[in-house]
Design a protein around this ligand. Structure first.
Ligand SMILES: [Zn+2]
Length: 656
């Protein structure tokens, strides 16, 4: 149990702020759902909770993405921020504050912090000599490159030799190691703690904390030629959002109880640079930084945009609605359940439809759904839908409820969502078992009414407790269960303290609704899903062949797909949607292609772009211009992106 200090009353939890170069996907969603679950749990316990998330907006990568779409960086960022906020609403995320690093107040705080560290000598001017990965926004010494590329993402790095400011991270190495040793809860899980320790012991260099000035960055307050390094800027959000440096609010909330992050941003950033900066500022460190694993696809690849295997959680929920007739809210909660139950929070998980549907059927429809769907009709039939007095013989599940409550508390203190859910499912099993053993239908037949009332009261009361316990994981489903128990109408409040037996008010009316979890026919459903349940497929539902249609590898091989480079691009006069492109595919002459891209792309943006061309498509004439092939684009009706390759490939390379 937590000691009886301030942290039992306030609970400050953060997600990383997400980089706006990317649309929200399952990686962001996993962290945010987990944070939401913890936040809701601590609110249930009556604590004051502050749950923050937000977006990280400066950086070269964002400036380049914006330029590629002919947008100003701010305009581009605003659009992506809306996409994140919409995703959080859809996934039932109830955050307290959303911080953007472009908020004017944040810029002030970052500059204040930087100036303070310069004044105290913690930041000094030097010369950076080495490499920089723009997609990762990471400085890399030559010794860390792998085959000349970024060790994290495998992409090309840029050579950098420029004056820069450095933060004295190296001076904090020993203190940090000692701190990690003395506070095992500081970095979790323990496997990650060891990674950080090894990283520090490998020799921590001072961190380069500026870059040559660009427009879309926070400038160094005393030096126009330099911008503050995006990671220093990003980490500072955790201070800004609680009013650093001198707000009363800051005193109330600092330090965070839990900072959830993905494992990729632990060693270099949250596990070293971040605590070192806090030490330099004389601030207490966060109580726990928890680095969770990644969701990978069936094939075992980490999801990444360049691999085209990024999962969109809302899209998954929508597909689940299609195949199960569950409501959208139930489908979203079912996905939340799956993500937090399927794998231990620190490890990598592999997303697959069969696994999701099995959880849906076995855990949700069978175990939880059945408990509700068996009990409520019995209430209607035997007790006129009115909750009876507990009476003599009731309270059979009281011990199991106490055991479960303690187990969930212990699991949640360890940020072990899976263990918490497993404990709750034992209580569900106990409720189902009591129904089986006491067989209310026989009690009714034998006119044992007192016993009948006791059993049904116990099971209903158990469902009430379960609805509280699953609330942090599946808030909409918990509400629906409370609704069906008549608790909402009776105006009973929902608190963790009420997770005890015999708190269900007698006399209230249950209101049975439709079954919450319609069972799914897994085999039939899988055949109705796209062959590979990935957004690349989901982006074009109308282009899906009818269920069951397949092509043979021979049929596929009949397509001649080639890498091409667009060498000329012009609008087709008097045809709004059409562009005439010349595409070099390594033949004597570039191919002429007429493509319906003009609505979404301006010709300049497509110049020198690498594309995939269907080279053996029968030539056709559009608006009097011959089109000798087709380039692959993404999008339902309007093309939203052209398909390109993630590495340089010469024109004419075969695509298979
Ligand atoms: Zn990289």
């Amino acid at each position: 149990m937590a000691p009886a200090n301030r942290s039992t009353e306030t609970f400050y939890i953060t997600t990383p702020i997400y980089y706006v170069n990317d649309r929200p996907h399952i990686g962001h969603s996993y962290t945010t759902i987990a944070a939401d679950c913890l936040a809701r749990y601590h609110r249930l316990r009556g604590e004051q909770v502050l749950f923050t998330t937000g977006t990280d907006e400066p950086g070269q990568k964002v400036a380049r993405s914006a330029a590629a779409r002919d947008m100003a960086p701010q305009e581009f960022a605003d659009e992506v921020v809306e996409a994140f906020k919409l995703m959080w609403e859809r996934l039932h995320i109830d955050y307290d504050r959303f911080i953007r690093t472009t908020d004017p107040n944040h810029v002030k705080v970052v500059q204040h912090l930087f100036r303070r560290l310069v004044d105290s000598g913690e930041i000094y001017v030097g010369q950076y000599q080495g490499w920089y990965c723009v997609p990762c926004e990471t400085y890399l010494p030559a010794s860390e490159l792998q085959d000349g590329a970024c060790p994290q993402c495998g992409r090309q790095v840029e050579e950098v030799a420029e004056p820069a400011y450095f933060f004295r991270t190296s001076q904090y190495a020993d203190r940090l190691l000692r701190y990690i040793e003395e506070h095992p809860e500081f970095i979790m899980p323990s496997s990650r703690r060891n990674e950080v320790r090894t990283f520090i012991e490998g020799g921590m260099r001072d961190a380069c904390v500026t870059r040559a000035r660009t427009e879309w960055d926070i400038p160094v307050p005393t030096d126009d030629s330099q911008s503050i390094y995006v990671w220093l800027d990003a980490l500072t959000n955790y201070l800004t959002v609680v009013g650093y440096p001198d707000d009363q609010y800051f005193q109330t909330w600092w330090p965070p109880q839990v900072q959830l992050i993905g494992k990729d941003i632990l060693t270099r950033f949250h596990g070293t640079l971040w605590p070192a900066v806090l030490m330099a500022l004389d601030l207490p460190l966060p109580e726990t930084i928890f680095a969770h694993g990644w969701w990978i696809t069936d094939e075992g690849d980490k999801m990444s945009k360049s691999k085209g295997n990024v999962l969109d959680p809302y899209e998954i929920a929508r597909q689940l609605v299609n195949i199960s007739d569950a409501t959208t809210a139930v489908a979203v909660d079912s996905l939340r359940y799956f993500l937090l139950r399927e794998v231990p929070f620190g490890l990598d998980g592999s997303f697959s439809w069969p696994a999701l549907l099995t959880r849906f059927n076995a855990d949700l429809a069978n175990d939880l759904g059945n408990l509700l769907n068996r009990t409520l009709p019995l209430m209607e039939r035997y007790l006129d839908s009115r909750v009876p007095q507990p009476g003599p013989g009731a309270g059979e599940l009281a011990d199991q409820i106490d055991i479960t409550r303690t187990a969930v508390e212990e699991a949640m203190a360890q940020i072990d969502f899976r263990a918490a859910l497993e404990a709750i499912w034992q209580l569900i099993a106990a409720g189902n078992k009591l129904l089986d053993e006491r067989a209310p239908w026989n009690l009714y037949k034998d006119a044992k009414l007192v016993e009948l009332e006791a059993v049904l009261y116990d099971v209903l009361d158990c469902i009430r407790v379960i609805a509280i316990m699953i609330g942090p994981f599946m808030p909409a489903i918990a509400d629906e269960i409370r609704e069906q128990l008549g608790l909402e109408a009776a105006g009973t409040s929902q608190t963790w303290a009420a997770c005890q037996a015999q708190q269900l008010p007698p006399g209230i009316h249950i209101r049975r609704g439709k079954p919450i979890f319609p069972r799914v026919d897994v085999k039939r459903s899988l055949s109705r899903l796209p062959a590979r349940a990935k957004p690349a497929d989901n982006d074009q539902p109308s282009a899906q062949p009818p269920a069951g249609t397949t092509v043979t590898i021979d049929q596929f091989n009949q397509l001649e797909l080639k890498v091409g480079v667009i060498v000329e691009a012009h609008r087709v006069p008097a045809a709004d949607k059409l562009l005439r492109l010349l595409v070099d595919i390594g033949e004597d002459q570039p191919r002429q292609i007429v493509a319906g891209l003009a609505d979404q792309f301006n010709p300049r943006e497509l110049l020198n772009q690498r594309v995939i061309l269907v080279a053996n498509l029968e030539p056709t004439t559009i608006r009097g211009i011959e089109s000798q092939g087709m380039i692959l684009a993404v999008g339902d009706e309007e093309p939203i992106a052209v398909v390109t390759t993630n590495r340089e490939c010469p024109p004419g390379s075969t695509v298979r």
